[in-house]
Each structure stands twice: as structure tokens, then as C-alpha cells.
Design a protein around this ligand. Structure first.
Ligand code: PLP
Length: 393
């Protein structure tokens, strides 16, 4: 059974006052993967090195740099979002006198047929992702994930002392629902994490596999489905399972298709008793500009299909190039994909950086693969030229 919210978990973290809880975003993970600035060395700091990632000043990239290392959206916020930011900012002297967060919740509630009390708005999905780990994992309650999958939560799982069970992807690069359930049954509790589409592969886990995990998990385990990239893919959402009252938390963000990574807005969608477990760790006020921009973006019905097509067209052009040149990559339905370079990925990353092209990091389980974010057509043309040069060296 899921245990009710208690002061126990809070006290657990009170005892951790000397431990940094590293809530890393893609930007911080990308930055942590860069060689140390000004040190003259090429030592890679560990992505989990929260202090390095969070506190060092932001890298200023050289002029003309191609930045395709953090799964950002080069299209940025939509025009309707920018207009909403400008108009809402005028009332920024007060907290939320116009009810921007309520309006955003109501819009999402109506559009998805979800009761408003099943929706919590956060400044991005990083917070509810990490709060889920803090709420549902512990030294005897594992964090069960795929390898490779999004590495942002790993530092938090380590900080709470949870066992991290990393399972290989299936042959079609989905999460292995059966293996996840088997792992969960060993303790009967903890958190299973399914990132769909997956970061870094951009590949899908079939809906029936996610439902298998939900139906067959032990009672005390919670399923966390991260739908950060769902709008870029053909995958159906599993948000209907929240409405059906299941032990599931679904995360959404405005950082990807909506181009608002720096504006910061996201949702945790779950039964109120599960949301209460996250809210136990705090709930800051939202920036009204972010809530207003998110609401305007949701109300623009043309935005998602138009952007999905732009990103897919650019991605498919890049795939055509990689195929024509015989490079090995995993076809993706997202704004990122993996190339197997056949040589140490870190060397490729460094060599690309020397060409002023900043590509994403490696995952230790696949040390010869590098993650590429889909940029603009012009950025991808520069990527192609640099990649050919690097690979022929
Ligand atoms: N989940 C996944 C799979 C991500 O890739 C990211 C960031 O790239 C996040 C969550 C967190 O994003 P944000 O806090 O910007 O919403």
C-alpha cells in the first residue's frame, strides 16, 4: 500500500542538510559535461557534480557557436507566448492578481478532461521529477529506470540513498516494462520511471507496455511517466490513466515543443493524494509571465502541429544525410537522437567543439554514442559539415 504523507520523509531530508540535492536541468547537465573552463585541462566533471554544474558561471559560447547540446527548441517561445509575457508582466508587482495559474490549470483541465485538482503547476518539470524521487524512493525503495534514459534524476536518487536499478532498453529501444515490474517486485515499493519518448534516444515505449507496468506493478510502487517530448512524437499520452485513478504521475513541460526552457513552466498530473506527496517538499509561487505564456501557448491550436512538423522535417533531413554517409544512428521521434561514432564519444564531442559545434553528452553505458539535439536547418548544416570533418580525421 502507498503510505500516507507523513513527517517522516521531511525529517529524512532534514537529516541531509550537508548533502546537496542536485536538481539538474538539461542546461546544467550539458554544462557539467564541458571540459573545465580556464583550467587548461580536458577533464570532464561528473554530470552528478551538482556544485560544479549549478554554481560555476554559465559558459559564454564563442560567437557563431552551434548549440545542440541541451534538447532546447531553437524556435523559442511562440508569438502568442511573447505577447502574453509582455501583457502579464505589467502586473508583476503583485503575486498573481489576475489568476494566471488558475487560468492555465483550467485550460489544461478542459483540454485533457482532467479534474483541476489533479494538476499541479511548477516552474518546469525538473522540480516534480525530483520531488517524486524524494517522495517515493529511499534506501529500501529503489528508483527503477532504463539505461540509457534521462540522467537528471540520478543525482537525487543517489542523494536520498535509493538503490538505482538501471535496465537495458528493449531491442526497439523502449523501456522494458516486464523487467521493470520484476525489479519492483523485489521490494514491493519504489518508483518506476518511464521517459516517453526517451531522452537521449528519442524512441518510444508502446502504450501497451506502459499499461502492463501499471497493471502488474506491486501495490506500493508508483509509476512516473515523463512526457517531456510527447508532442514531438506519434505516441499517445497515458494521462488518461491519471483520470482512471491509477498509481501514476505524468509530467509535462513547456521547455520542449513550446520553446520555453528559460521561461520555466511544467505540470505534474496525478491523483490529489499523490500530488500531496510532492507538495510536501514545497510549492513556490509561479512566475506569472510563465503561466500566462503557457496558457496562451495551449490556446494556440496550430502551434504543436506546426512545430512538430518543422522539427521532424529538420530531423529527417539530418537522418537522410547520416544514412547517405553510412553513419550509425538510432531513428528518433523527438528533438534528439544518438549517433554511434564507433570511437570514444568524448573525443568526438571535443573535436566538434573545436569546430564551434556543441553537441550533447555521452551516456556511460554507450561510450561511443553521442546525443545530438535537432537545431535549425542552418545549424544542422553546420553540424553535418563539422561531423564529416571530425569523422574523417
Ligand atoms: N524530463 C526530461 C526527459 C527532460 O529531458 C528534461 C529536460 O530536458 C526535463 C524532464 C526537465 O525539463 P524542465 O525542467 O525544463 O521542464
Amino acid at each position: 500500500m502507498l503510505t500516507p504523507p507523513s513527517r517522516r520523509s521531511f525529517l529524512r531530508f532534514a537529516g541531509l542538510s550537508v548533502v546537496t540535492l542536485p536538481f539538474l536541468t538539461e542546461q546544467q547537465l550539458a554544462y557539467a559535461a564541458l571540459p573545465q573552463q580556464n583550467s587548461g585541462t580536458t577533464v570532464m566533471p561528473k554530470p552528478q557534480d551538482a556544485a560544479a554544474a549549478v554554481h560555476r558561471p554559465r559558459t559564454v559560447l564563442p560567437p557563431g557557436a552551434v548549440k545542440i547540446d541541451a534538447n532546447e527548441n531553437p524556435l523559442g517561445p511562440a508569438p502568442v507566448a511573447l505577447a502574453a509575457i509582455a501583457s502579464s508582466a505589467v502586473t508583476g508587482g503583485r503575486y498573481d492578481q489576475n489568476g494566471y495559474v488558475s487560468s492555465l490549470t483550467d485550460t489544461f483541465s478542459k483540454q485533457n478532461g482532467i479534474p483541476a485538482d489533479h494538476i499541479a503547476v511548477y516552474a518546469g518539470s525538473t522540480e516534480p521529477l525530483n520531488y517524486s524521487i524524494m517522495a517515493f524512493t529511499a534506501p529500501g525503495s529503489p528508483f527503477i529506470t532504463a539505461d540509457p534514459s534521462y540522467d537528471g534524476p540520478l543525482g537525487t536518487a543517489a542523494a536520498v540513498g535509493a538503490p538505482v536499478i538501471k535496465l537495458p532498453l528493449t531491442p526497439t529501444y523502449g523501456h522494458d516494462a516486464r523487467a521493470m515490474v520484476a525489479a519492483a517486485k523485489q521490494t514491493g515499493n519504489g518508483l518506476m520511471y518511464i521517459c516517453n519518448p526517451n531522452n537521449p534516444t528519442g524512441t518510444l515505449t508502446p502504450r501497451e507496455d506502459i499499461l502492463y507496468a501499471l497493471e502488474n506493478k506491486p501495490k506500493g510502487t508508483v509509476l512516473l511517466v515523463d512526457e517531456a517530448y510527447i508532442h514531438l512524437s506519434s505516441s499517445p499520452s497515458v494521462i488518461d490513466q491519471v483520470v482512471a485513478g491509477k498509481d501514476i504521475i505524468v509530467l509535462r513541460t513547456f521547455s520542449k515543443v513550446y520553446g520555453m526552457a528559460g521561461i520555466r513552466c511544467g505540470f505534474a498530473v496525478a491523483r490529489p493524494d499523490l500530488l500531496a506527496r510532492l507538495q510536501h517538499f514545497g510549492m513556490n509561487s509561479m512566475p506569472i509571465t510563465a503561466a500566462a505564456a503557457a496558457n496562451a501557448s495551449l490556446l494556440d491550436a496550430s502551434l504543436v502541429p506546426a512545430r512538430k512538423k518543422i522539427i521532424a522535417d529538420t530531423r529527417n533531413q539530418t537522418f537522410a544525410f547520416l544514412t547517405a554517409k553510412g553513419y550509425k544512428f538510432i531513428p528518433s521521434e523527438s528533438n534528439c537522437f544518438m549517433i554511434d561514432t564507433g570511437r570514444p564519444g568524448k573525443q568526438v564531442i571535443e573535436a566538434m567543439r573545436a569546430q564551434n559545434v556543441y553537441i550533447g553528452r555521452i551516456w556511460p553505458v554507450w561510450p561511443t554514442s553521442v546525443r545530438i539535439t535537432v537545431g535549425t536547418p542552418d545549424e544542422m548544416a553546420k553540424f553535418e559539415a563539422a561531423f564529416q570533418q571530425v569523422m574523417s580525421a
